[in-house]
Design a protein around this ligand. Structure first.
Ligand code: CA
Length: 228
């Protein structure tokens, strides 16, 4: 059973979210200020932390930052202020996702599920013995997340890396945009699928050599594939 910590000073909202999470089968703990929230986060093991930003005692950014110093519990920020600065600084301090208040509870539950699924996938990957994935002169060292083409190290963002890894672990399998979206971004639907096309373009710019055929092939109307 997954355990979720809710750090939120609006008690009604906290209780409502708790009730919904319990209804979905999660174990929950609610803390109503930043300081006790941080203590709970540090002293117990949670699978996900839902973190409000405007909190008494200690603000959410500070809570995220201090949690991150010692552990990598996934954090979803719940922010009332739809301000880019809040979100960016939250994500800079180690939050994994954010949701803007007021939100539909279904949306929050979907985010939690997506995050847990992504962690399970990553956990499963680390448990495997194969730590290197190869395609022609491309190599991915999974343990330290290093990508090379020949001797040259290629710097990829987290999403680019995950996208490439999935394609390379599924040589000759056409991956649809939908599948890639759900595996890399963790979302079931509703995200514009052209985000996949945009990231494939970023990835090609980094891994391909000018004038050569791209390693990643487009399958018209479907998705992408790397063919042996
Ligand atoms: Ca608040």
């Amino acid at each position: 059973m997954s355990r979720i910590l809710i750090i939120e000073d609006e008690e009604n909202l906290a209780r409502f979210v708790e009730l919904e999470l319990k209804h979905d089968g999660y174990e929950t703990d609610v803390e109503l200020d930043g300081r006790t929230g941080l203590e709970a986060a540090l002293n117990q093991d949670f699978d996900v932390i839902l973190l409000d930003l405007m909190l008494p005692e200690l603000n959410g950014i500070e809570v995220a930052r201090r949690v991150r110093e010692v552990k990598d519990t996934p954090i979803i920020i719940m922010t009332a202020r739809d301000s880019v600065i809040d979100r960016v600084s939250g994500l800079d301090h180690g939050a994994d996702d954010y949701i803007v208040k007021p939100f539909a509870i279904e949306e929050l539950l979907a985010r939690v599920r997506a995050l847990l699924r992504r962690i399970n996938i990553e956990g499963g990957a680390n448990g495997g013995h194969q730590t290197t994935v190869n395609y022609k002169d491309l190599t991915i060292e999974k343990e330290n997340r290093v990508v090379r083409r020949g001797d040259e190290v290629i710097n990829l963002t987290k999403r680019e890396y995950e996208l490439l890894l999935i394609l390379m672990e599924n040589i000759n399998v056409v991956m649809s945009r939908k599948e890639l979206l759900s595996k890399v971004w963790g979302y079931d639907a509703k995200v514009e699928t052209n985000v996949v096309d945009v990231y494939v373009r970023y990835l090609r710019n980094k891994i391909d050599r000018p004038g050569e055929k791209s390693y990643i092939q487009t399958v018209r109307g479907t998705g992408y594939v790397i063919r042996s």
